[in-house]
Design a protein around this ligand. Sequence first.
Ligand code: ADP
Ligand code: ADP
Length: 238
Amino acid sequence: MITTKDLTKVYTSRGGRTTALRGVDLHVREGEVYGVVGTSGAGKSTLIRCVNMLERPSSGTVTVDGVELTALPGTEQRAGRELRAARQRIGMVFQHFNLLASRTVQQNVELPLEIRGLDRTARRRRAGELLELVGLADKAQSYPKQLSGGQKQRVGIARALAGDPRVLLSDEATSALDPQTTRSILQLLRRLNQELGLTVLLITHEMDVIKSVCDSAALMREGRIVEAGPLTELIATD
Ligand code: ADP
Ligand code: ADP
């Protein structure tokens, strides 16, 4: 469902060059929860941002759901039509939720639907279904600041599902949450994986997250995947 081949990313800035990815081959099968773990600076964030082309890799290929994204025209700032369409099939969840403070929970979830051009009635109905799915139907008219961290992340997840994605990317979704809330969010991701057949790629710096929810995982270090496979095998080689 997600494949990267020989992916490299070099950031250049006035300060010099940073090589964040050095030949990453990732293979995530349809329907699995796949975790990438590593310490800060290992390249996890860059990898996940290359998978949805928020960053354009320096070389190598990214294929999601049969579409080679790296072959589609457009830049990081201005994606072409095909890339925009492919991206709608990829949901993204963020560590700091990235909700709009001035909008209600329902309006936050409606935002991607608005961009897709759904009319008001259809948006409202779909947002209602999504909030039901993540267990937040009663908070539709609340504002983000009235919610707990776990509730905010549920809104983030509902918004990520608005485009009916086949793939959900999670960038440290539980890193700002306490252990109990972390468990409930991971359980939600697992349930969505099972009920919707959603493929989940998550990055984390916590091995516990990998152990509690992932089918397979990769360990990253200094821009490379140094170990990868089904969780049972990875744990056995500990
Ligand atoms: P992780 O998510 O594992 O912490 P990152 O992908 O954020 O790792 O970072 C990998 C390396 O790339 C680090 O050395 C980081 O400083 C560098 N880096 C990340 N983003 C940028 C950027 N936009 N510009 C320059 N360097 C970056
Ligand atoms: P995290 O490690 O939690 O992903 P960071 O604080 O490393 O977050 O990065 C936050 C943002 O800054 C990201 O968008 C990342 O791409 C960017 N970034 C990280 N390192 C650098 C860097 N050395 N130069 C420029 N931008 C960077």
